[in-house]
Ligand binder design. Structure first.
Ligand SMILES: [Zn+2]
Ligand SMILES: [Zn+2]
Length: 106
């Protein structure tokens, strides 16, 4: 059994269009990837150092102000103030920068 000529032509055309669409979508997705990469590279090169930590990725602990301990009294009694290890920085005197999440130091 032989298919009529117009029918074969239609199948051929459909295959061509379908193949073209696949190639187009592949090209489009790779173009998007290239664009994303370019944008990311641009963003990185243009990014200024974090203003909060000046690009260090950490800053002096705000709670203990770099003393590693805080004056803490459970009863707010000035006579019985105990120096406690700072719960924010665990006595390290520095805090990870919340603005850049400390990424700039890595
Ligand atoms: Zn602290
Ligand atoms: Zn920062």
């Amino acid at each position: 059994m032989r298919l009529p000529q117009p029918f074969l032509a239609a199948i051929k055309a459909g295959a061509t269009v379908g193949g073209g669409l696949i190639i187009l979508s592949l090209a489009a997705s790779s173009t998007i990837k290239v664009l994303q990469f370019a944008t990311e590279a641009k963003r990185k090169s243009l990014a200024k150092p974090c203003q909060v930590c000046r690009g260090k990725g950490f800053h002096i602990c705000k709670l203990c102000k770099g003393n590693a301990t805080i004056q803490w009294s459970p009863l707010y009694d000035p006579i019985h103030i105990n120096p406690c290890q700072c719960p924010t920085c665990d006595g390290h005197c520095i805090q990870r920068c919340l603005n850049c999440l400390g990424k700039e130091s890595y």
